[in-house]
Design a binder for this molecule. Structure first.
Ligand SMILES: Cc1ncc(COP(=O)(O)O)c(C=O)c1O
Length: 372
């Protein structure tokens, strides 16, 4: 039994459930090869250019990083055409989400608004901060019900979270609709647009709020190096926000949360145009191919602007998931998102996509045989 005091928010806290790991599944099912298409990681792995930079930087690991990650902020400012003092780099965009909540919202007073389903970290960190979390559903096709979202907002709404393109559906909303939403919010409410998957959306200028963000006083954009740049394990993400807010966030952020290897990897990744182009090609082709093939198997596939697909299989989704798992293919069940009849699969490389599809086809066929 607890002998010491624990905050009630902590006692009731339900930990984030990550995608299953390859090692866990190898051990559990005695498999020698397992493929993971569960966490929307880069299908090409880590770029060779970035690997080389990490090797070269490793001898500096005994040094503390420079607080505030100024070299990467400078490079990002030039790359994105935004002022440097609007940038905060963090230990993944998860850290920026957590910091924004703690900097802006008052425990026990303010509320946070998001769609249901949404990326679970928004809800978890909101609860941990002692804040009310308000949610409203999406349209049945998973497009954004922005009016319903606005209905939840009041003078105590500190932040509104929107993921664009959305996770887990892959749906993307036009940037101009989000700009219109930002204008309708109360002056003190921040709109946080999480663009973790924006690099995979096309045409980019139709979906990304980047060109407008500097002119909007109540918008924060979140970006990550975990997807397009292949650095999920190094933990690197950033926020683009009004300069006064960036100043507050940087004051409270732990100074060395971005380590020296992550910063160097980020600098190299930004310049690695060949890897970016190849990632985009593999994801775009894989997404179109898997959409077509899953549809042919009788799955309902949702149109996606991200590096994953959400689909409803023509059989019990939990059974398809667990059968694939036992055969060494990890995808993502969506029961924890409140979508028990749907699954999410990350776009892999051509070989991974083929293995996933062959096994899925076999399992669905077998299911139809035994359920005529
Ligand atoms: C919508 C969304 N935001 C943020 C993240 C986390 O990104 P990071 O790895 O930079 O913390 C993810 C990761 O899956 C995500 O899906």
């Amino acid at each position: 039994m607890n002998q010491v005091m624990v905050r009630p928010e902590v006692e009731q806290f339900q930990a984030y459930v990550p995608g299953l790991s390859i090692d866990e599944i190898k051990e559990k099912y005695g498999l020698s090869t397992v493929i993971k298409l569960a966490s929307n990681e880069n299908p090409l792995g880590v770029s060779p250019v970035v690997q080389e930079r990490i090797r070269a930087a490793s001898s500096f690991s005994f040094r503390y990083a420079q607080a505030g990650t100024p070299a990467l902020c400078r490079a990002l400012a030039a790359h994105l055409h935004v002022p440097q003092n609007c940038l905060v780099v963090g230990n993944g965009s998860d850290e920026i989400i957590d910091l924004l909540l703690r900097v802006v919202a008052r425990p026990g007073v303010d509320n946070i608004v998001a769609f249901d389903p949404c990326f679970s970290i928004y809800k978890l960190q909101t609860r941990l901060c002692g804040l009310e979390f308000r949610q409203t559903g999406l349209h049945t096709d998973f497009s954004f019900a922005l009016d319903k979202l606005l209905d939840l907002v009041d003078e105590h709404t500190a932040l509104v979270f929107i993921t664009n393109p959305d996770n887990p559906s892959g749906y993307a909303c036009a940037a101009q609709d989000l700009v219109a939403l930002a204008h309708k919010l109360p002056q003190k409410t921040l709109l946080v647009v999480d663009e973790a998957y924006i690099d995979f959306a096309s045409p980019l200028e139709h979906y990304s709020m980047l060109p407008q963000v500097s002119r909007l006083s109540n918008v924060v954009l979140l970006r990550t190096f975990s997807k397009m740049y292949g650095l999920a394990g190094l933990r690197l993400g950033y926020g683009i926000m009004p300069d006064w807010l960036a100043d507050f966030v940087l004051r409270v952020k732990l100074p060395f949360s971005v380590n020296v290897l992550a910063e160097q990897a980020g600098l190299a990744a930004l310049q690695d145009e060949i890897f970016i182009a190849e990632t985009l090609r593999v994801v775009t082709q894989g997404r179109a191919w898997l959409t077509q093939e899953l549809t042919a198997l009788g799955c309902e596939v949702y149109s996606s602007q991200a590096n994953f697909l959400m689909f409803k299989p023509p059989m019990d989704a939990a059974l398809l998931f667990s059968t694939l798992l036992a055969q060494g293919v990890i995808i993502r069940p969506l029961a924890s998102y409140g979508l028990p009849d749907k699954l999410r699969v990350s776009i892999g490389n051509a070989e991974e996509n083929q293995i996933f599809l062959d096994k899925t086809q076999e399992i669905i066929r077998e299911y139809h045989h035994s359920h005529p």
